[in-house]
Write a protein that binds this ligand. Structure first.
Ligand SMILES: [Zn+2]
Length: 342
């Protein structure tokens, strides 16, 4: 990007109420068959329109075509049973009903490639597409086959690489892997987590990003955050390894978080998506508050590498709130651009 401080969202945005129940994770679709396909495409147009009106520079599909950022991808793979779901504890925090691996996993057909092609026809702006990261995938299902987190993660990394190469060919400019599990399983991240992620981006020429956050604004995550003490130093455990990785961008939670900003110094040289919008509250940030967070981050990120963004996805928020937060993000970045050019 030649524009200073290009804005983007982390990923998900609320869906229209005629497509899925609002303000709910894993909300079931309200349409079926051809109507569902058309409904998802209509929702994608609307979410793109919201982003354009808010002055978002790097646009996305707002995850309008998926029920959930991890399970929808997994449900497209063979070797996974998504009808007989199992309950597992996600990131040592909360129970969820998830698909179960019963045999060798494989991607028999593309998952999001047609959706990405459709979005490409609607905009000339750079497109960012999100995929789940290998470690977060294994943490969001039941494994009755490999019985090894590492082994299954490597299988998923190969599958993600196939999908990523086709997304790149479809015209996606940045492919982002969501790895909230990186904030929990530090030993695994350092042993094989970053290596598996690098396998997922192998051979790509587009830019690649990794998103590491403290989760959606659901109760289990908020309770967990409240247990983390005065300073959240989780990033400190994994940044040195990420700094040496081949990933181009790192996406972080900064707004209203207790992450000491100076930790960002540990990934100096990377482009950093600074979360300047809190997704765990419906209170709308002022553009000045957004600019203030970005200004603080500027001490630790070079200006040409600072990408204003949201803390995480906004799927659980109301559409009205999400739109207002997008607008604040666009306006906050503009304040900082003016300051720097003055
Ligand atoms: Zn997130």
């Amino acid at each position: 990007m030649t524009k200073l401080f290009p804005t983007s969202t982390v990923g998900s945005l609320p869906k229209p109420s005629w497509l899925a129940k609002p303000e709910t994770l894993w909300s079931p679709w309200k349409l079926q068959g051809e109507e569902l396909i058309e409904g998802k495409q209509d929702a994608l147009r609307l979410t793109l329109d919201d982003q354009n009106r808010a002055g978002i520079d790097i646009v996305s599909d707002g995850e309008q075509t998926r029920q959930h950022f991890v399970t929808t991808f997994i449900e497209h793979l063979s070797g996974v049973d998504f009808e007989n779901r199992q309950t597992v504890k996600i990131r040592n925090r909360y129970d969820a009903s998830v698909p179960s691996v019963f045999g060798a996993v494989a991607r028999e057909k593309p998952v999001f490639v047609e959706d990405a092609k459709f979005l490409r026809t609607l905009t000339k702006k750079p497109i960012k597409w999100t995929l789940p990261g290998p470690m977060t995938m294994i943490d969001t299902l039941h494994d009755g086959h490999y019985k090894s987190r590492e082994k299954l993660a490597w299988e998923f990394a190969g599958i993600l690489n196939q999908e990523a190469r086709e997304l790149e060919a479809a015209g996606v400019d940045i492919i982002q892997f969501d790895e909230p599990a990186f904030n929990v399983f530090f030993d695994e991240v350092n042993d094989w987590g970053v290596a598996a992620l690098e396998r997922a981006v192998e051979g790509l020429t587009c830019e690649t990003a990794v998103h590491i956050c403290y989760g959606y604004g659901i109760k289990a995550n908020i309770d967990w955050k409240n247990s983390l003490g005065a300073e959240w130093r989780q990033y400190e455990e994994i940044f040195p390894k990420l700094q040496k990785s081949s990933l181009d961008l790192v996406s972080l939670e900064c707004q209203n978080s207790r992450v000491p900003m100076d930790l960002i110094e540990l990934i100096r040289g990377k482009k950093v998506m600074i979360g300047a919008i809190d997704v765990a509250t419906s209170t709308i940030e002022t553009p000045e508050a957004v600019a203030d967070t970005l200004r603080k981050a500027l001490q630790f990120v070079d200006a040409d590498k600072l990408y204003p963004s949201t803390n995480c996805g906004m799927a659980p928020l109301s559409r009205q709130v999400a739109r207002a937060k997008l607008t604040a993000l666009g306006a906050g970045a503009e304040i900082l651009r003016k300051e720097l050019s003055a």
